[in-house]
Structure formats: C-alpha cells, structure tokens
Write a protein that binds this ligand. Structure first.
Ligand code: AN0
Ligand code: CP
Length: 317
C-alpha cells in the first residue's frame, strides 16, 4: 500500500481487522520496520487523538516523527495556483510540499474541508496535491471528505464488541453549534457499507450525505425509528452537504441529542463517537459515562489502525 486515503486502499477488511488484532496483541514486534525512517505529520487543523495515536504508532515501529502545525510557526501557505501573492501568504503549497518531502519517508496530512468550494473539497484538492508533488507515500489524518484512520479504528472496535454476526449499526446526526465537516460520517458510511452489517443512517431533512457515501444504506429522517433494535449507535454532527446549504448549520435541534431515553429504544446498544464531543449537545453525560459507551476504546484503537497503515506503507518502500 503506497497511499491511504479511502477504504479502497486497505483492501480486504477481514484481513485488515485480523492484522489489527494481531498488532494489538504484540505492538512492539515490528520495531525494526521503521528504523531510520521518518514520518512527517502535517496539521492544517487541530488534533488531540490523531496527533498522539499516530506518533505512538510510529514509535512502536521504531520510526522518527516530525510534527508540523502549519498554522503555528510555519509560513502561511497559498493553495491556489495563479494567485498574485501580494497578500499575507509568503509561501506557496507547490514549493512547500516537495520541500517537506525532502525531509521524510512518509507524510500524514490533516486538512479539513474549507467549505468555500464544494468542488475543491470533494475533489480532495489539498491531499491530492501532497500525493502528486511530495514524492512520498501520503496518508490521510482526516482530509476534506474522509477520515479513514478513524473509520478503521471504529470497525476494529465494533468487531471487538459485537455479540451477533450481523449487528445493526446506526449512524445518527446530532446537534452542534458550529459547522463541522462531513468527513467522519462519510468515511464511517464508506467503511460500514463494505461490511455485511445492517447499516442505516438517521439525519434531519436537509442533512443527507453525498449519495456516493450513503450507498445502499437506508436513510431515516426520524431518529427514533432508526434507533429501534440498534446494536451500535454512532453519533456525529455534520454540516449540510446539499446545495444551497453546503457547509452550513441548518438545525441545532436538541431532540436529536442521544440521551438515556433514546438509548432505551435500542437493543441495549453501545454508544460510539470519534471525539472530541460536546456533551449535552451530541450526547448526554449519562450516556457517554455509561458502561455501554465505547468512546475510550475507540480512541485507543486509533493507535492500532495507524500502526497497521504505517506498517503496510513501510513494507511498500
Ligand atoms: C472534527 C470533525 O468533525 O471533522 C474532527 C473530528 C475527528 N471535529 C471538530 O472539528 C470538532
Ligand atoms: N477523532 C479524532 O480524529 O480526534 P482528533 O481531532 O483529536 O485527532
């Protein structure tokens, strides 16, 4: 595997989960694989889990890591070609990317959707420029439309906790005060659609995700109906995808918050969220603190998903 930006790059999911569970049993068995290899992690946006778990995974493999927060201390980067650079951005991404490639063997990129152009976001303009111009393998640490390291960790977590062969998994929108990307729900749907689970999506009208991510999943505009019989409830906020509201908040309806009453509609479901989460907007204190909450195991599995991805990239060098 050279680059990792979508579920397609990981191939067979059974093998990927099997490898992840083996790595989890013995995460220090491959300490020579990354010897004298350098990982450069580039953040255009904030992070807690991705930063720590990916660095930890790299350390497990004996790699060195360099972390660059582009917005703190680096030159501000112009991303548009053809711009007369007489403004506040002293450097262009088209020089910065190959320069960054000089100092490392593998590059991780976090660059959220900008919400100024749906075309730019959905063509993955930024991460594709890294793939094209860095000369290095590139993996997504959440790009404009997907967060595959998160989805892989979520899949590992469901496989660890499921008690039936074909669990019902519900991805539900929940309210949030600020506009958030569609990357996490898009990606979760993309991965769930590759399993044999019963996978459904619940969101208010106006919040349908892009059809290529919804796939064959049934979409409910009534959350209670969707939650009935659920084995896993995966909550997440996202901003509107459909025009003319792309990237906008069109509802903060707290009837969609996941509460004990909502969880009572399910088949004693586990609660999942990628974090960071706003309590009592997305989920009540009681639910996130309950024994059925998997938010911490999910975060722990981020180290494992990152390690499998780094191992596969290192093996391809
Ligand atoms: C980001 C998002 O919704 O995509 C990162 C989640 C992993 N969340 C926020 O910006 C709060
Ligand atoms: N879940 C996740 O990616 O968290 P961070 O934004 O903190 O990295």
């Amino acid at each position: 595997m050279r680059n990792f930006t979508t579920v397609d790059d990981i191939g067979d999911l059974h093998n990927a989960v099997k490898q992840a569970l083996e790595v989890k049993q013995n995460r220090f068995a491959y300490q020579n694989l990354g010897r004298n290899r350098t990982l450069l992690m580039i953040f255009f946006n904030s992070s807690l889990r991705t930063r720590l778990s990916t660095q930890k995974a790299a350390m497990n493999l004996g790699m060195n890591t360099i972390v660059l927060d582009v917005n703190q201390g680096a030159w501000k980067l112009e991303t548009e070609r053809g711009v007369i650079m007489d403004g506040d951005k002293p450097e262009h991404l088209l020089e910065a990317i190959p320069v960054m490639g000089c100092y490392c063997d593998v590059i991780g990129v976090r660059a959220f959707a900008g919400f100024t152009s749906k075309d730019d976001d959905y063509s993955e303009k930024i991460i594709n420029q890294f793939i094209k111009y860095s000369g290095r393998p590139v993996f997504s640490m959440e790009a404009a439309t997907r967060h595959p390291l998160q989805s892989f960790a979520d899949l590992i977590t469901i496989e660890e906790y499921k008690t039936v062969q074909r669990p019902k998994v519900v991805l539900t929108w929940a309210p949030h005060p600020k506009a958030l990307p569609q990357a996490v729900p898009n990606s979760f749907a993309e991965w769930m659609n590759r399993t044999d689970y019963e996978f459904v999506i619940a969101n208010p009208e106006g919040y349908d995700l892009a059809p290529q991510f919804v796939g064959n999943a049934k979409v409910y505009h009534n959350q209670d109906e969707a939650l009935r019989g659920a084995d896993f409830v995966y909550a997440k906020n996202w901003s509107a995808y459909q025009d003319p509201n792309y990237g906008k908040v069109i509802s903060t309806d707290r009837n969609w918050t996941i509460t004990t009453e909502k969880m009572a509609l399910t088949n004693n479901a586990y609660f999942m969220h990628c974090l960071p989460v706003r309590r009592n907007m997305i989920v009540s204190d009681d639910v996130i603190e309950s024994e059925r909450s998997l938010v911490i195991p999910e975060a722990a599995n981020r180290e494992i998903s990152a390690q499998v991805v780094l191992m596969r990239i290192l093996q391809s060098l």
